[in-house]
Design a protein around this ligand. Sequence first.
Ligand code: 13P
Length: 265
Amino acid sequence: MRKKIVAGNWKMNLSLEEAKTLGDGLKAEMDQNKELFVDGAGSNTPEVVIFPPYVYLTGMIDLFKHHDGVSVGAQNCHHEESGAFTGEVAASMIRSVGASHVIIGHSERRSQFGEGDKLLAEKLKLALKNDLTPVYCCGEQLPEREAGQHFQVVADQLEQGVLWMEKDQAERVVIAYEPVWAIGTGKTASPDQAQEMHAHIRKLIRDSYGEQVAENISILYGGSCNAKNAGELFANPDVDGGLIGGASLKVEDFFTIIKRRKENG
Ligand code: 13P
């Protein structure tokens, strides 16, 4: 059975003090609501993953180290193993501090840092090699949707990012569908728009790797997902959770989204 996941991408936000307050607040909510997160047969308990900026990774890993339900990941990694790349961070380093996930191909990296498919494929290889779970982002821009090209755009991104992998690698990837026009805009994809794209992604996975991998792979929705709309998005059969930006910076909102994921198992 595939994992239900609620992930918080903090992006380049928060001072150290603010990050600690957010981490402590989330931990307190998780501790006070333990009964919601007790795993059992057929449980729909979501895995929670937070993606703080690199400099807060070890602090958050320490904070949640005795907390089974919360994992910590990095927002990016470099596409080379190591070397003279001033200012960059390698997948092996991220793994060595105890992080378990890494976001690859976020649209902000694609558009603002010119990250293309070839480079992203190198990052994916290194993430897998270093035993990190890649959260691979895909999603169309508004003009592409308006031109009716969104299914093809996402198919191309998956082709370049995931569908070249061996089956045992592909099943370790989490996919995040993040329509670019919905990120940080307050304009969420409708539940139907999310469901039809997630079903399309799952079909592409099924066509390449068969039913079992398609059924086991988690596909998250991202783009102005918040405490109000998370329930209706998560009610869709192919929406396995969310990759949350702005709303992951507030304990109450993020925790409400986690609860919505649980309720819509
Ligand atoms: P928002 O939730 O702020 O729209 O951001 C989504 C996102 O980019 C998560 O990676």
